[in-house]
Design a protein around this ligand. Structure first.
Ligand SMILES: Cc1ncc(COP(=O)(O)O)c(C=O)c1O
Length: 319
């Protein structure tokens, strides 16, 4: 029943429509991956060494064997054989800019490919490819991921009612008190279990101006590339049809992230477990990425003034 009168609900942008309207809306990237595994039942999945632990954990929780592969300096898979009929191959579209690698893999292994677009929210995969993204990596939402593939959950799935959003509102108001703890508490509630995306996330994602967000991400990426490209060991650009996740800066030495954090600039590590686990798996290049890569934020919260603050701080540390 629609209530009439009384105090107002949270004011939201009008619903324009979701970017991934033909995909299934689930709670997390891991839930999408677990669904794919439950449908395909592969004997083995190839996954990159340079990857988040969430992927290998979802495979082991699903009882599926994994086999790791390396990547070269152009982020192309190093693999001497193709996946067999009952196997799947997972590729991460690193930083959302490796469209040409993705297109190549799609044309070679379409039905056996899983595109992990957790860093490429704007990517729409070719029909028939398995693919998923993760909305929390791009927008201030409590949960959410979109799943593409040959077989999607048929009915609307229930969502997880315990999810929190206080941390999002506090960030919006510029309040830090307890926000990070509350963010972590919500992160712990977003799991690989098969839940639908929460109604709040759907509503928020339906109000995003995706054209403006994509434009701002590309503009910020270009500023970082122009100002820091000379120091970057990666030869990268952003293809015209891609929307970057971050500007990946690989310096020839490790920069002290704590110094940047003291200036209010928070740069994550992809992925801490590759260092802390001391597994030291992967090639020299992958270890360099794990230790030295600075994924600089390019998202729509920031403009050229913000980018220049980051650039200035890095220049000072490079002196
Ligand atoms: C490469 C990659 N794949 C998958 C995931 C899982 O995404 P989600 O947290 O939405 O389950 C992550 C999470 O950080 C990730 O970095």
């Amino acid at each position: 029943m629609k209530t009439i009168g009384g105090f107002f609900e949270l004011e939201m942008n009008p619903y324009r429509g979701e970017l991934h309207s033909s995909a299934a809306a689930l709670t997390s990237g891991r839930a999408c991956l677990a669904w794919i595994l439950s449908v395909v039942k592969p004997t083995r999945v190839y996954i990159p060494d340079y990857c988040c632990r969430a992927v290998s954990e979802t495979l082991s929780e699903s009882g599926v064997e994994s086999c790791s592969y390396g990547i070269d300096a152009n982020f192309r898979p190093l693999l001497d054989k193709s996946p067999q009929a009952e196997e799947l191959f997972l590729y991460v579209n690193y930083f959302g800019i490796h469209t040409s690698v993705v297109r190549d893999l799609e044309s070679r292994w379409s039905g056996r490919l899983i595109l992990d677009n957790t860093q490429a929210f704007f990517e729409i995969p070719r029909a028939g490819s398995w693919a998923f993204n993760s909305a929390r990596k791009f927008f201030g939402v409590p949960d959410g991921a979109y799943l593409y593939g040959a077989s999607l959950p048929s009915a609307e799935l229930p969502s997880k009612s315990e999810l929190r959003w206080d941390h999002l509102i506090k960030r919006h108001l510029g309040r830090q008190d307890g926000a990070y703890r509350e963010f972590l508490e919500n992160e712990a509630l977003v799991t690989a279990k098969l839940y639908g995306m929460s109604p709040l996330s759907r509503c928020l994602l339906g109000g995003v101006d995706y054209t403006a967000v994509a434009r701002r991400r590309r503009e910020n990426f270009a500023i970082f590339r122009d100002e820091l490209g000379a120091w970057n060991e990666l030869e990268i650009g952003c293809p015209a049809d891609a929307v970057p996740f971050c500007y990946p800066l690989l310096l020839d030495h490790e920069l002290n992230r704590t110094v940047l954090a003291r200036r209010g600039i928070f740069i994550p590590t992809f992925w801490p477990e590759l260092i802390r686990g001391k597994t030291e798996t992967g090639t020299e290049f992958e270890q360099a990425l794990a230790h030295r890569l600075l994924p600089l934020p390019v998202d729509h919260r920031y403009d050229s003034t913000d980018c220049r603050i980051v650039i200035q701080a890095i220049h000072e540390l490079l002196k």
